[in-house]
Design a protein around this ligand. Structure first.
Ligand code: GLA
Length: 725
């Protein structure tokens, strides 16, 4: 039973994998947090509770003089009634008063079930045995507001997901000013925080620092997740490493403005708050209306940071990604973007496909530049009709010609955008997000469509649907190349104007859902100038994301290493490109980096000598032999590119019978020595063969593999196979 309720002590205990989470319903109806950490077997956890006492300047409710909500550890804190830390809930009444205080009403345990989140992507169960869900019903009688806190408790993995549904059961209009998904309280603050920061072409660098008093906020105010900070963080004990120590992971299943904040209080407790960013947020709840927050994912590991990653990888691969491509090997593709940019026609694409066929590549993806007057990046977004004059034939003919070369066909869209210089804008200037009377703020000469308008959503589903139906299309790359400005919709009353940020995201989810349901055979990949919208919510619709516009293999080591903290390798689009940044990197090294991802190419194959095409054919054969272990194996980070010139990681099949080790050295220094790379995740007693040798798992994991390299960009790929004994 993963969810237990002790009626005497009124303690709720959740057991998820190796973790326990506990809370207490006080006699006065407050819901206090008791514990989150490694599994504990007792159900009587009363003695663990730290009561928030009434320190001066931390006021108490009139009916509970010994309690201070400002110091108590809580499950869903509210604003305006005595807790001065980050609230989950902020509500304004019609008269402008804002204050809320929630009291427990009842709870239900939903065995083997996980309710869907209205209009939002979320993790799901494949079988009832995977999880139970706890629903705790709370209310603020004064407001007539009912709040249900959901905790989905996974039995076999250390995952609890949380979200809340807020319902106006009163008679007056309420305005939500903050409606977070969850907060998690810790009575201590001696943690390091690990986050993923970046910029365009520098996504998801790993940053680690101690918590300090006050708040550390990871957030987006851009309308999308962003390159700058991911909606993911780890809190870990000070000495925690990849393999040792306690760690907690937090991530939001959402693609818009988010907040993930760790706040250390005056009492040295830590509150982690996670949800839709209250920045510029407002949501009107009329009597009878309900608002559902996005889902927050909580993970626990007592085997260091790697444990958090492996738990999330499994969860996202099996309980978040959907559709037939979830489990199918992804095709090796060639994308024409870096090969041609906007200068291509059917002739050129077919010539690339011909070379690709010689290298056993599966699919050609036609990137930006095929539609309307899209001869450059200044125009035509929104005009989703093939430019036959530029291409020299129809889409159907082009797809047939590529198929005749032996490749499947994929296509690029940037659905959410509109260029002021487009037929769409000339017909519907009001469809762009704008403030009447104010000029547009442009990014890459484009504006963003107002997805809160049903007619815009219908246009996109229809125009994209028509293209996808008109030819045999096997893959779609869904791009998003700027962030939101002029976030306003004249169609909404002023009282609802702050809803546009969130309504945009809901509109996007509706469009994607319609298209992925209608075209279940298509493999969708999301993209936002590379990995600017790499989040779990997008993975619910599209099982892979283009990891970065930076295809330099040396830089990619860092980007993919950082991305692996929360996302499975199979979800990271990674391509072999020409050498960038003045560095000459051997083809096989570039390919090895891209193989730690959803593998493909992005260079002009017609300009390569036949020997390189032949080498690609060999590399593709290797990749296919290793693909299932890369895609579905457990991932262990062994050496960090953020700490030196070496990067190493490995993949181990679930049954530990096969493993792939990848070691990269970007630079040798004078007088450098060989290294002994100790492996992880193997069966200690098993015998593994590789490169003509046979060694036991314990030797490989404790002694290691002796590796070296006397030149820059040296690398090793070691394929280990268990020897039957
Ligand atoms: C973005 C993508 C690139 C490419 C271009 C096309 O930058 O990340 O891969 O598709 O758009 O304009």
């Amino acid at each position: 039973m993963p969810i237990l309720y002790n009626e005497q002590t009124r303690i709720l205990k959740l057991d998820a994998g190796d973790s326990t989470y506990a809370m207490h319903i006080s006699d006065a109806g407050y819901l206090f947090h008791i514990y989150y950490g490694g599994h504990i077997s007792d159900t009587d956890l009363e003695h663990l509770e730290i009561h928030g006492g009434g320190a001066s300047f931390s006021p108490s409710p009139a009916d509970a003089p010994h309690l201070s909500l400002d110091t108590a550890l809580q499950e869903y804190p509210t604003a305006g009634t005595g807790d001065f830390r980050r609230p989950c809930l902020g509500v304004m009444e019609e008269n402008g008063a804002s204050g809320a205080r929630l009291q427990y009403v009842s709870h239900d345990i939903l065995q083997g079930q996980k309710p869907a989140l209205q209009g939002l992507p979320a993790t799901y169960l494949n079988a009832p045995g995977e999880a139970d869900t706890l629903a705790i019903h709370m209310e603020d009688k004064h407001l007539g507001l009912r709040v249900t806190l959901y905790y989905c408790v996974f039995t076999q993995s250390s995952v609890i997901t949380r979200w809340a549904v807020l319902e106006n059961g009163g008679a007056q209009d309420l305005e939500l000013r903050s409606a977070l998904s969850a907060c998690v309280e810790f009575c201590e603050s001696d943690f390091d925080m690990i986050s993923l920061r970046g910029a365009w072409c520098r996504e998801r660098s790993v940053e680690r620092h101690p918590l300090f008093h006050g708040a550390t906020a990871l957030e987006s105010r851009r309308g999308s997740t962003g390159h700058q900070l991911n909606s993911f963080a780890i809190l870990c004990e000070k000495g925690a490493t990849e393999d040792y120590g306690q760690a907690y992971g937090f991530q939001l299943v959402y693609s818009g403005n988010f907040l993930l904040e760790a706040e250390v209080s005056q009492m040295n407790s830590t509150r982690v708050s996670i949800g839709v960013n209250p920045y510029d947020f407002g949501w009107q709840l009329k009597p009878g209306d309900a608002f559902t927050t996005p889902e927050a994912v909580l993970t626990y590991s007592n085997e260091g940071l790697g444990g958090i990653s492996r738990t999330l990888h499994r969860l996202y691969r099996k309980n978040l990604c959907r559709g037939e491509w979830r489990d199918k090997p992804r095709p090796i593709l060639i994308n024409n973007w870096e090969a041609t940019f906007f200068k291509f026609n059917a002739e050129k694409l077919v010539a690339i496909a011909r070379e690709a066929a010689k290298a056993d590549i599966d699919m050609l993806v036609m990137d930006d530049g095929w539609f309307g007057q899209r001869y450059d990046d200044h125009r035509a977004l929104g005009d989703w009709v093939l430019n036959e004059e530029k291409m020299g034939c129809s889409l159907g003919e082009l797809v047939e010609r590529v198929k005749a070369e032996g490749l499947r066909f994929g296509i690029w869209f940037e659905p959410e955008m509109i260029s002021p210089d487009s037929d769409l804008y000339r017909a519907h200037p009001d469809w762009a997000l704008h403030i009447p009377g104010r000029s547009l703020t442009l990014g890459r000469d484009q504006s963003v469509l107002n997805l809160t308008l049903p007619e815009v959503r219908a246009y996109l589903i229809d125009s994209i649907g028509k293209v996808l139906e008109s030819a045999e299309i096997s893959y779609v790359k869904w791009d998003f190349n700027r962030n939101l400005t002029e976030v306003f919709s004249a169609a909404l009353p002023a009282a609802q104007s702050r809803e546009v940020w969130h309504r945009y995201v809901l509109g996007l989810y509706e469009i994607m859902e319609a298209l992925v349901q209608r075209f279940p055979h298509i493999l969708f990949e999301s993209c936002s100038g590379g990995g600017g919208r790499f989040d779990p919510a997008m993975l619910y619709y599209m099982p892979q994301t283009w990891c970065s516009d930076n295809t330099d293999a040396a830089d990619r080591l860092k980007i993919q290493y950082g991305t692996s903290f929360c996302f499975p390798v199979v979800t990271m689009g990674a391509h072999v490109a020409v050498c960038h940044n003045g560095r000459e990197i051997p083809l096989r090294f570039r390919a090895a980096v891209a193989m730690a991802g959803s593998f493909g190419y992005e260079l002009d194959l017609t300009k390569l000598p036949p020997e390189q095409i032949a080498e690609m054919k060999e590399m593709n054969a290797d990749f296919r032999a290793w693909q299932s272990v890369i895609d579905t194996g457990d991932f262990y980070r062994l050496r960090s590119p953020f700490e030196g010139e070496e990067t190493a990681w490995m993949f181990v099949s679930e049954d530990k019978s096969e493993a792939l080790v990848q070691y990269f050295r970007t630079r040798v220094t004078g007088n450098s020595w060989a290294t002994r790379l100790t492996l992880r995740g193997l069966a200690p007693e098993a015998l593994y063969s590789f490169k003509g040798k046979q060694l036991r798992g314990d030797t490989l994991m404790r002694g290691g593999l002796v590796l070296g390299g006397r030149n820059d960009f040296a690398h090793h790929e070691i394929w280990l196979q268990r020897v039957p004994e």
